[in-house]
Design a protein around this ligand. Structure first.
Ligand code: ADP
Length: 513
């Protein structure tokens, strides 16, 4: 390769003979920048201070000769690689070997023509240039390597799983760390980075297997945005949102498709919960309005008819008075029912705000149950049922009398409501609790409709009512409130039940509560 007139190339000429030096300066100076040294010592200092591109040195010189200069240059890191051409008069074998051993790059034998000098120097400079270019290329390659390692690390640090696919073959070229962690189906046949994902279409899109390549946009102009995909894992199904775009070939990079799959399982789960909570709320509102309207309708009918009865009473005497009393007693029952409903609603808002305050006092549970059973005897008789109460003596503890009374009332009212007119058993005694301590126990047993197994846990949730029991009145709040009260009293409430046979609700309360 020809360098032409190139003042950027610095050549250091070392020659003790001033004539030869002059001649070399003339020849070389026509094409390159030439610096002169009249001996090995000066040359060494100059080269070390500012390394030239090439050194042309006479071998035989007084003081430090060409071979020694060469050794000195090779020994210093700054000049280690500087090419050196040795010039000698009819080279002796010894000199040549010594020169080669010291690392000379070329020899010029005096006498030489100007043309030979120029060709040799040019050849050496071309080699230097070639070597430099190779070094530059190697450096560029190393930089590229470092850059792609950096890019990979950057992509690996992203929490979003990313894939790069080859658009035609749909082969996965790269998967970042988050993507590699998404390998979810070890049983899948392929061992590539895409096959083991086991992707499926969601059911509402017909289900069925999906290849990772199917998520690629059809063209460079198209994009895939938030497409829903399901992936089966050992832990269950995972909901994913796929986004994909195609990048055209750019510089040295071929065209690729970039695909990301975001895990939205948690969001989906929350959405489902929210949707079902909304459904439960709407259902509750319709049940509540129905429940509140029923006693109001009865109330207004009975009041109206009592009014009419009062007007007629003047003529009818005692018989009509009795009828009015009956109506008033119905009116009173409906008012109690309304009060209970409103009270339950108030309790819910109190409990939701964490405003349930217990006032523990010494309570004889048997005496409390006796009072409640007495007060409910009327309602039980109205439903064609009876309540048998068995109390062990001295079941005493510190509890909130009103709240625990509310729990027992609720359980017995449910037993009346769902008990199909069969007798109800209420037992109060002392039992061993889960921790081996002694707990007060209240059991309310009915031989009524029973509760299906799948409903048993849910009946203690807010607004939950067994769906088959829609024609029984109620807000689905009683058991939830009862559970909150029992929990706050450090007790437990459980149910045993068989459909069509009956149910037993058991409340255990620690005696120190
Ligand atoms: P509700 O006001 O609807 O009675 P609860 O919270 O007291 O509300 O009860 C929730 C649901 O549990 C009821 O709707 C009913 O389906 C079921 N349940 C409660 N007690 C009984 C019982 N003794 N027998 C059968 N089912 C019952």
């Amino acid at each position: 390769m020809s360098v032409g007139l190139d003042a950027n190339v610095r050549i250091l000429v070392v020659e003790d003979d001033p004539h030869v030096r002059q001649m070399l300066a003339l020849l070389l100076g026509a094409r390159w920048h030439v610096e002169m040294a009249d001996g090995g010592e000066a040359a060494r200092d100059m080269a070390l201070a500012s390394p030239p591109d090439l050194v042309i040195s006479d071998v035989r010189m007084p003081g430090i000769d060409g071979i020694e200069l060469l050794r000195a240059l090779r020994a210093a890191p700054a000049t280690h690689d500087v090419p050196v051409i040795l010039v000698s008069a009819r080279a002796g074998e010894r000199e040549t070997i010594a020169g080669l051993e010291a690392g000379a790059d070329d020899f010029l034998i005096k006498p030489f023509s100007g043309r030979e000098l120029m060709v040799r120097v040019q050849a050496r400079l071309d080699m230097i240039e070639m070597r430099r270019r190779t070094t530059r290329q190697e450096e560029a390659l190393a930089a590229l390597q470092r850059h792609s390692e950096w890019t990979e690390q950057l992509l690996d640090s992203l929490p979003v799983p990313l894939w790069l696919l080859e658009p035609t073959s749909r082969r996965v070229l790269f998967a970042n760390h988050a993507a590699r962690r998404m390998i979810v189906d070890p049983s899948a046949s392929g061992d590539g980075l895409g096959e083991r994902l086991a992707l499926l279409r969601p059911d509402d899109e017909g289900g069925g297997a999906l290849d990772i390549g199917d998520l690629m946009p059809a063209s460079e102009a198209a994009r895939v945005r938030g497409r829903r995909v399901v992936s089966m894992t050992a832990e269950g199904s995972v909901w994913l949102l796929a986004d994909a775009a195609r990048l055209p070939a750019l510089h040295d990079h071929p065209a690729v498709a970039v695909l990301s799959l975001r895990d939205v399982t948690e969001l989906q789960r929350k959405e489902d919960l929210l949707r079902s909570a909304l459904h439960v709320r709407d259902e509750f509102l319709s049940v509540a309005s129905h429940e509140l309207r029923t006693p109001i309708t009865t109330l207004s009918l009975q009041t109206e008819s009592a009014f009419r009865g009062m007007t007629a009473a003047h003529s009818d005497g005692a018989a009509s008075e009795e009828r009015i009393m009956r109506k008033l007693s119905t009116i009173r029952r409906q008012i109690v029912r309304l009060e209970q409903l409103v009270e339950a609603l108030l309790d819910v808002s109190r409990l939701m705000e964490g405003r349930l305050h217990l006032n523990p006092e010494e309570v004889d549970l048997g005496a409390l149950a006796t009072d409640i059973v007495e007060s409910l005897a009327d309602a039980a008789a109205h439903a064609g049922s009876t309540i048998n109460l068995r109390c062990a003596p001295g079941v005493v503890g510190r509890w909130d009398r009103l709240r625990i009374g509310q729990v027992i009332t609720n359980l017995i009212s449910n037993a009346i409501k769902f008990g199909r007119s069969h007798p109800i058993d209420v037992d109060v005694d002392v039992d061993v609790d889960a921790n081996g301590g002694r707990a007060a126990r209240v059991r309310v047993h009915d031989s009524g409709i029973g509760i299906p197994p799948e409903q048993r846990k849910r009946i203690f949730d807010r607004f939950e009512r067994a769906p088959a029991e829609r024609h029984y009145p109620g807000l689905g709040l009683g058991l939830w409130i009862a559970k909150q009260i029992v929990d706050a009293s450090s007790g437990t409430i459980t149910v045993d039940s068989e459909v069509g046979v009956g149910s037993t609700f058991t409340v255990r309360l620690p005696r120190s509560a």
